[in-house]
Design a protein around this ligand. Structure first.
Ligand code: SAM
Length: 464
């Protein structure tokens, strides 16, 4: 049996390579078709625990070459507990289907025995649009397509209760897959990390918080070493759990890449890793040391918000007010602070950058901000930049009563309307430029965006 399983794996991989040579990377990218390596598929199947069931049903949506579902099936055979196993593949790309059809025949003919009956079902369908009536599964294993979809697409419309802002197929796949599981069923998913924070995925996190017990999280040190053959530049995670009430501990593991040669593991408290605030953020520490920092910082009950401060996002959206912008100072125009004014932790203005640095406020009174000390934080950092929190202290530009701020910059004010003192400015700026906050922020957010909302909820020890 072991030899036959090995033979099937080798053939799947060989057929996949042949299939890939007949496809352009661009067309596979559009389908969200990136194949899991054997090491990833093995690792994912190894996350599953033997269910105490004699009949096991496995679901692999977005099956591609079928390797993930097959590895879960091989695991079930190894456990020797099941008398019947059904494996359901769902795939909507007709071009990859011949691999699944070959696999079905091979599995049913060569692995089914008198002790274990195996059935493979292939559904050539759109997973999101397909109705499963009351069919439910015991195991979900999936590498869903990582593709952004239009808000008006049929898939987004079908799952509109989970769509907020820009939808991504992987989130809809994960949610639909989870919703098709029986109580206490297991799942293992490889997805981008982006769903663990930010506004767009808040409904996904709510669903997970209400229905799922996350038991294991695996993270990769390096963004580009996961789908290494596939040029996928996404920070990915493998998360495993059950349809059950959240357990108290979560096993976190980390490896450098998808070869899993150097896995380090620690056990974290779920109440530390899963926040119970309305955003339901999930923290992803990439070492035990980071986890300890997380635990220490999450003990702080204050936030910028609770201490009377608030980060706001600059009001000037340039493409909406092109005629109100100027590169030179003019009457009724005030300085407009933009991300490039924040340079290596300092503030530089004006700059020779060929972009507008002044804005007309006579016709745009909503742009006016008093010219007082503040802290400026870039809303976006480039992936290669060493720090996510790119910020600086802003000491007022001389001879100006007011300033404005472009929309890619967050700035700090006091909620009581009083100006921020220089002392407060340096206090807030020092916090945000510290290694501790940088590390905390990276655990909180997998994306390069720094939203005012996340800044406002950062734990802060206390006022000055
Ligand atoms: C990231 S690939 C994963 C393939 C395979 N499971 C693996 O791990 O190597 C996602 C697969 O989902 C398929 N897919 C994309 N959209 C789909 C949809 N709406 N319904 C079903 N399958 C879909 C793609 O054709 C692709 O084969």
């Amino acid at each position: 049996m072991k030899t036959k399983i090995q033979e099937i794996i080798t053939t799947i991989l060989r057929k996949t390579e042949i299939y890939k040579t007949g496809q352009s990377k661009e067309s596979r990218k559009q389908k969200g078709q990136f194949f899991s390596s054997l090491a990833i598929a093995q690792f994912m199947a190894n996350q599953l625990a033997a269910p105490e069931l004699t009949e096991v049903s496995i679901l692999d949506p977005g099956a591609g070459n079928g390797l993930l579902g097959f590895m879960a099936l091989a695991k079930c055979l190894e456990w020797k507990t099941a008398k019947s196993i059904s494996l359901t593949y769902i795939e909507n790309d007709p071009e990859v289907l011949p691999i699944l059809q070959w696999l079905k025949i091979e599995v049913e003919n060569c692995l089914s025995t008198t002790e274990v009956k195996i059935q493979v079902h292939i559904l050539q369908d759109n997973f999101i649009l397909k109705s499963f009536a009351d069919k439910r599964f015991d195991i979900l294993i999936s590498n869903p397509p990582f593709v952004k979809i239009a808000r008006k697409s049929a898939e987004a419309a079908a799952m509109s209760e989970y769509v907020f802002g820009q939808p991504n197929m992987y989130a809809l796949f994960s949610l639909k897959g989870l919703s098709l599981l029986k109580s206490d069923a297991q799942f293992v998913l490889i997805t981008p990390r982006s769903w663990t924070s930010g506004n767009y995925f808040v409904r996904m996190r709510e669903y997970v918080a209400e229905n799922v017990s996350i038991e294991k999280i695996h993270l990769f040190d390096s963004r580009d070493r996961v789908f290494s053959d596939e040029d996928v530049l996404q920070e990915t995670m493998i998360w495993t759990g059950r349809i059950a009430e959240q357990k108290r501990s979560i096993t976190v593991s980390i490896s450098k890449n998808d070869q899993f040669a150097d896995v380090t593991t620690f056990s974290g408290n779920s109440s530390m890793l899963l926040s119970d605030n309305p955003d339901k953020n999930i923290f992803l520490p990439s070492s035990y040391q980071d986890y300890c920092l997380l635990a220490k910082m999450r003990e702080q009950k204050n936030t910028f918000d609770s201490l009377g401060y608030i980060f706001k996002t600059g009001p000037v959206v340039e493409f909406r007010c092109k005629n109100a912008l100027s590169k030179q100072k003019r009457d009724n125009y005030i300085p407009m602070l933009r991300p490039s004014n924040i340079q290596k932790g300092g503030f530089c203005f004006p700059l020779d950058i060929g972009k507008a640095q002044y804005v007309d406020v006579q016709n745009n009174p909503a742009f006016v901000i008093p010219n007082t000390p503040t802290v400026l934080v870039r809303r976006l950092s480039a992936k290669e930049e060493p720090r996510r929190l790119q910020c600086c202290a802003y000491r007022p530009i001389p001879d100006e009563n007011n300033i404005s701020v472009e929309n890619h910059v967050n700035y700090l004010i006091r909620k009581d309307g009083k100006p921020i003192s220089e002392e407060e400015m340096y206090w807030a700026c020092n916090l945000l430029t510290s290694d501790q906050y940088e590390c905390y922020f990276r655990m909180l957010s997998g994306s390069t965006q720094v939203n005012a909302r996340e800044l406002n909820m950062l734990p802060v020890e206390g006022r000055l």
